[in-house]
Ligand binder design. Sequence first.
Ligand SMILES: Cc1cc2nc3c(=O)[nH]c(=O)nc-3n(C[C@H](O)[C@H](O)[C@H](O)COP(=O)(O)O)c2cc1C
Length: 204
Amino acid sequence: MTDSASTPPEFDLSLAEAAAWVGSGPEGIGETAFGPSEDERLEIEGDDPAAALRQTLGMFATGVTVITTREADQVHGMTANAFMSVSLEPPLVLISVDRRTKMCSLLYEGRRFAVSVLAADQRELSDRFAGRVSDGTPEPSFAIVHETPLVEGSAAQFVARVMRSHWGGDHSLFLGRVEYARFEEGARPLLFHGGQYRDLTPDS
Ligand SMILES: Cc1cc2nc3c(=O)[nH]c(=O)nc-3n(C[C@H](O)[C@H](O)[C@H](O)COP(=O)(O)O)c2cc1C
């Protein structure tokens, strides 16, 4: 089975169809020939609405994860903070992946991916998997579980299988059914807030 054969139907669109569909996308998001209507306009302060929205969203503190998947014998990893728990029964998690990324092209229904929740001392790994490799960046090492690579030394690890994918504007949302989960007792997670890495202050 090829990747495209198992791609969810939402992606089975020609470019022309996709452009038309985005223009009339769910909830009126997307550009139309006449620009956004009054109802669609984003009310936000500042000269640059996109930057202001990013800054505002950045007030939501998150952890930092590395999403990994296997492509033939290669490991592909991507830093992501758009990760959330969805359900305990069945066990489901959600990731939001920019459609322009390589990771997005590798995920489809049935595909396994791993989520490694980074520990406080793994900032360089976060940068590496966000495409910012500098001299001295440590080489990641992986443990293979369910044929899926997990970042070693991380605070928590999940392996999930894509159940569904959903339209998410310039991102795609992948709902994964968790097949494996473990965490490191006492590990301190890496945090992200206001566009910067943060550390939990240890309890006094
Ligand atoms: C802290 C942090 C969080 C990020 N979160 C996400 C995310 O949730 N989704 C996403 O698509 N990209 C996210 N990115 C950007 C990707 O890591 C980056 O675009 C990466 O280079 C994509 O890799 P790829 O194209 O090789 O798959 C994040 C970057 C950083 C530094």
